[in-house]
Design a protein around this ligand. Structure first.
Ligand SMILES: [Zn+2]
Length: 457
């Protein structure tokens, strides 16, 4: 979590807590130490009940009655999660630890690891700064926040740089508190070979961080007992929590395979779409798991992507087929409109871009903000379709079916044919967006169909 996110989250927390009279404070490395100490005091005394903190928050601070530890995004490692969650319930009373993640967090975290700002140059800078601070003496004491305030380095950056120098035997940690660290300088002039070696060490650490992230993600996704998973990780024999309460997975075991509800194959929006229905649409898209890319979303909305229903294995999908009967072009325009209005965005997940609802989109459907979006009209009949083109397509289909000795619908369904006639695809890409056309059919019939649609009637 960045400093800005930390402050933003504290503002949101204060808004949410307004009615209860509770207060939330934000704690990060960018604060003046006076402010930080005051906030810490208020929190220990219970005057500020909620603390929104980055991992700059010191480990040494002991408050026995912390009831909730909530992680916003994946904790850095399972080790740090174990320590951080261990702040809850030191008085032995039941307490809860929650991790809130969004599927886009993974990509963000991977990006940060891959674009790690710690380089051989950073190490050199850190070493020079420590030497300068020592003023020729054997040691130097630096506040934990010094790196951020003087060089703009965030916690991860300074920690990694210092740890690398330490591991290479250039400096040694002799004292550490929640506020500052004292370093003993072992090597004053770093030889170039050693610097190169440290660069290689950084690369190794990057790989290790990626592995730690994977462990953390699999911990979040596990259906096993979380308590046991953590304890096994640290090589400790696990036992159930007191009164039989343990973790979400133990208290609510997931059903092995049977779906909770039968799939709702078609939940149509009314033929006359009210602008307020955009709220339901956004809410429905927000609930889509897994999220889908832009063109697939169009197909799902039009009820054309039956394979998607297999992917979600029977979970209800209220937006599936919600715009059945609308042309592909109009749905594309609607999705473009939602993207342009900042209600949807496309973000990377597992190497392809998916459409997700933005915070503004969520605000829109929750608070029912008025929206200024032109909704696509549901087509009521075939009147838009060029009858002559449709006829030519039908005739081609019938010939093709005879050649292959199969019924007509095995070539293309009536619906697909009508859609082709309506859209008049001019390229293979256009054709791929038509309901019922995948790679296989494109390969087999694409050229023939395009020859027809490209010929003016
Ligand atoms: Zn459990």
């Amino acid at each position: 979590m960045t400093r800005k996110q930390c402050e933003g989250l504290a503002i949101a927390a204060n808004e949410a807590l307004a009615e209860t009279g509770w207060r939330a404070g934000s704690y990060h490395a960018g604060m003046k130490s006076d402010d930080r100490n005051q906030l810490q005091r208020e929190w220990l005394e219970g005057k500020t009940q909620v603390l929104v903190a980055t991992n700059a928050f010191g480990m040494g601070i002991d408050k026995p009655d912390v009831r909730f530890v909530i992680h916003c995004g994946y904790p850095e490692t399972l080790e740090s999660y174990y320590q951080e969650s261990g702040r809850a319930g030191r008085d032995g009373r039941p307490s809860r630890c929650v991790i809130l993640t969004h599927f886009t967090d993974r990509k963000t975290r991977e990006w940060f690891i891959q674009h790690d700002p710690v380089t051989a140059e950073t190490l050199k800078t850190a070493h020079v700064q420590i030497c300068r601070k020592s003023e020729g003496g054997p040691t130097a004491s630096l506040p934990r926040t010094w790196w951020w305030q003087m060089l703009g380095w965030d916690e991860t950056q300074s920690r990694l740089a210092l740890r690398t120098l330490e591991r290479s035997g250039v400096i040694e940690r002799t004292y550490e508190s929640s506020a500052e660290t004292t370093w003993k300088i072992i090597v004053r002039e770093v030889p170039p070979d050693l610097l190169k070696q440290m660069g290689a060490d950084l690369e190794k650490q990057r790989k290790a961080r990626m592995d730690r992230l994977k462990e953390m993600i699999s911990y979040c996704n596990t259906a096993e007992c979380r308590r046991e998973t953590v304890l096994t990780y640290f090589g400790v024999q696990g036992s159930k929590g007191r009164n039989g309460h343990c973790c979400d997975n133990c208290d609510h075991p997931r059903a092995a395979s049977e779906p909770a509800e039968q799939p709702r194959r078609r939940v149509r929006m009314p033929a006359q779409i009210d602008p307020a229905d955009i709220h339901s649409l956004l809410e429905g898209i927000d609930a889509l798991r897994p999220a889908v890319g832009r063109s697939r979303l169009g197909k799902v909305l039009r009820g054309g992507e039956t394979r998607y229903l297999d992917t979600i294995r029977g979970a209800p999908c209220p937006v599936y087929g919600a715009f059945a009967g609308c042309s592909r072009k109009r749905i594309d325009e609607l999705i473009a409109d939602l993207l342009n209005h900042g209600l949807l965005r496309t973000a990377g997940e597992d190497d392809y871009f998916v459409c997700t609802v933005t915070a503004a989109g969520r605000d829109a459907y929750q608070k029912k903000t008025p929206l200024n979006i032109t909704l696509p009209k549901v087509r009521k009949s075939d009147e838009d379709v060029d009858p002559e083109l449709l006829e030519r397509l039908r005739s081609w289909r019938s010939d093709q079916a005879s050649v292959e000795d199969v019924p007509d619908y095995r070539i293309f369904s009536d619906r697909t044919l009508r859609e082709i006639a309506d859209e008049r695809p001019q390229t293979e890409d256009d054709l791929m967006r038509v309901t019922g056309i995948g790679d296989f059919k494109l390969e087999k019939y694409g050229a023939a169909v395009l020859a027809i649609t490209r010929t003016p009637g």
